[in-house]
Write a protein that binds this ligand. Structure first.
Ligand code: FMN
Length: 434
C-alpha cells in the first residue's frame, strides 16, 4: 500500500508543474520553422525604409515571413555566429512569439517555435493590434547588465524593422512591460513588444537625397540585407585608411536621415516625413555622434534644424527635413590613444572611431515626459545598440572591418570630448578600419 501511495505521489508531483503543457496536447510542443527567405533589397534601401508602422490590416503573416524575421532577429548564421552582435560576447535576450492560438518562444538553436502557453494574449499585452506580437525580454540568468541587454535588444529590433519592411510588412518598437501578463518566469524581464503585420496603408516612399548636404552623397552598396546580416564579422585589429565615402557611409548609418521621403497616406493626414536610421523613444533622438580620427575630433550633425519634438509635429511636417548635414570640428589632434585606453587598446590604430553619447537634457524636454532618470537609461542603450549595429552592417557592406566596444572609463571619454558628466553619458564606441 505504501508503495502505491509513493507511486501516486510521484505521478502527481510530476504532473502538477506540467499541467499547462498537458492541457494543450493538441498543439505540438516544438514546431520547426520553414527556412528563411533571402531578401535581395540592398542594405541601404532597408535602412532608408526603416520606419514605425502602427496600423495593420488583418492579412495574416505567413510562416515563411515569420521565420525570416525571427532568423534575422536572433537566429544563427553558422554553429557559433548569431545574426546580431552580443555586447561583450553575451547573448541575453529571449523572444516570445504571440500568435492567435498560443504563445511560443523562439528557439534559435534549431530555428523552431517552442510551445509556451495556450491562448490569445495579443490584445492583452500590445499597444497596437497585429497578427503577430514579438515580446523581447532580458534573460537575467545570462547577464545582470540591463543596459547592455537593452543594447542587444536594440540590435534585434533593427533587424526586425529591416526585415519586416523588406517583406512589405511593418513593425514598431514599443515599451513592453505588459508582456508580464502572459506569466513570465521571474528571470525574464520584459523590455520591448514589436507587432508584426501588413501595413494598412501601403508604403509610399519617394527618393529625394538631401539637397544641401556638405558630406558625400550616400550610395547603394551591392550588398543585400540578407548578405550583410550573414557576412557581418567583428574585427579585432584595425588599420588602413578609409575614403571619405566609406567613412561617411558608416557615420550616416549610425544616426542619419533617410534619402526617402515617406509620403504614406492614411485616413487622418497626408504627411511627408524623413525617418532616421534608428528609432527613438518618443522621437527624442538624444544621442550625439562623435568621430575621433587621427586629424581630430568631430561631431556629426545629421540636421542643422533638429527638432526635439519631431514626432509631435508629424502631421504638420510637410517640409522635407533635414536642411543641412555636416561634420563639425571640435578640436585638432590625435586622441585615439586616450579613447582606446578608455575602451579597448586594439582600437588605437583605427582610422575611424565613433562614440555615441547621451545628451541627458534632450531626454527631458520641457512639457514632455522626463526620461532622464537612471531607470530610463535602458531606453537610450536600446537606441545606441541599434545605432552601433547599423555601423557594423554598413561596414560589412563596404568591405570594412568594425566592432562595438562598451566604455570602461567614461570619465576619460568625457574629458577627451570636452563634456560634463552631469549632462552627458557616453554609451558605446564603434571602431572601423580595413
Ligand atoms: C526604446 C523605444 C521605445 C519606444 N516605445 C514606443 C511606444 O511605446 N509606443 C510607440 O508608439 N512608439 C514607440 N517607439 C517608437 C518611436 O516613437 C519612433 O521610433 C519615433 O517616433 C520615430 O519614428 P519612426 O520610427 O517612424 O522613424 C519607441 C522607440 C524606441 C527606440
Amino acid at each position: 500500500m505504501k508503495k502505491l501511495y509513493l507511486i501516486v505521489g510521484l505521478i502527481i508531483m510530476f504532473f502538477i508543474p506540467h499541467m499547462n503543457t498537458f492541457k494543450v496536447s493538441t498543439l505540438p510542443s516544438q514546431e520547426l520553422l520553414p527556412p528563411p527567405i533571402a531578401v535581395n533589397m540592398t542594405l541601404e534601401e532597408s535602412i532608408f525604409r526603416r520606419c514605425s508602422i502602427r496600423i495593420f490590416s488583418d492579412e495574416p503573416v505567413s510562416e515563411e515571413e515569420l521565420s525570416t524575421i525571427l532568423w534575422a532577429a536572433y537566429g544563427y548564421i553558422d554553429e557559433e555566429k548569431r545574426t546580431v552582435h552580443g555586447i561583450n560576447g553575451l547573448y541575453t535576450a529571449k523572444i516570445y512569439v504571440l500568435k492567435e492560438d498560443a504563445v511560443y518562444t523562439y528557439n534559435p538553436l534549431n530555428h523552431s517555435l517552442i510551445f509556451y502557453k495556450e491562448g490569445d494574449y495579443r490584445k492583452l499585452v500590445a499597444q497596437y493590434d497585429a497578427p503577430i506580437q514579438l515580446g523581447i525580454v532580458w534573460d537575467t540568468t545570462k547577464s545582470s547588465n540591463e543596459n547592455y541587454a537593452s543594447a542587444e535588444i536594440g540590435e534585434i529590433g533593427q533587424n526586425i524593422y529591416f526585415m519586416a519592411n523588406a517583406l512589405d510588412l511593418g513593425t514598431v518598437t514599443t515599451v513592453g512591460f505588459t508582456l508580464s501578463q502572459i506569466g513570465l518566469p521571474p528571470s525574464d524581464v520584459p523590455k520591448i513588444i514589436m507587432p508584426i503585420g501588413h501595413p494598412k496603408y501601403p508604403y509610399n516612399f519617394v527618393y529625394c537625397p538631401l539637397v544641401f548636404s556638405l558630406l558625400p552623397r550616400i550610395q547603394y552598396s551591392n550588398m543585400s540585407l540578407t548578405d550583410a546580416i550573414e557576412e557581418r564579422r567583428e574585427a579585432e585589429f584595425f588599420g588602413g585608411e578609409l575614403t571619405k565615402q566609406e567613412e561617411f557611409q558608416v557615420i550616416w548609418s549610425t544616426y542619419g536621415y533617410s534619402y526617402l521621403l515617406d509620403k504614406t497616406k492614411d485616413e487622418f493626414y497626408y504627411h511627408i516625413n524623413r525617418h532616421r536610421t534608428v528609432p527613438s523613444a518618443h522621437g527624442y533622438y538624444p544621442l550625439r555622434i562623435y568621430v575621433v580620427k587621427e586629424s581630430g575630433i568631430y561631431r556629426y550633425i545629421p540636421n542643422i534644424y533638429d527638432p526635439i519634438y519631431g514626432i509631435y509635429l508629424l502631421p504638420f511636417s510637410w517640409f522635407p527635413i533635414p536642411v543641412v548635414t555636416f561634420m563639425m570640428k571640435i578640436k585638432s589632434g590625435d586622441y585615439r590613444d586616450e579613447i582606446a585606453q578608455a575602451s579597448s587598446p586594439s582600437i588605437a590604430t583605427a582610422p575611424l572611431i565613433i562614440v555615441s553619447v547621451l545628451d541627458i537634457e534632450r531626454t527631458r524636454p520641457k512639457g514632455f515626459d522626463d526620461f532622464s532618470g537612471e531607470e530610463f537609461r535602458w531606453l537610450w542603450y536600446y537606441e545606441a545598440g541599434a545605432s552601433a549595429y547599423n555601423a557594423l552592417l554598413e561596414s560589412t557592406a563596404w568591405g570594412l572591418s568594425a566592432n562595438v566596444f562598451p566604455i570602461v572609463d567614461k570619465g576619460t571619454v568625457l574629458s577627451v570630448l570636452g563634456l560634463n558628466g552631469d549632462d552627458f553619458d557616453p554609451l558605446f564606441i564603434v571602431a572601423v578600419g580595413k
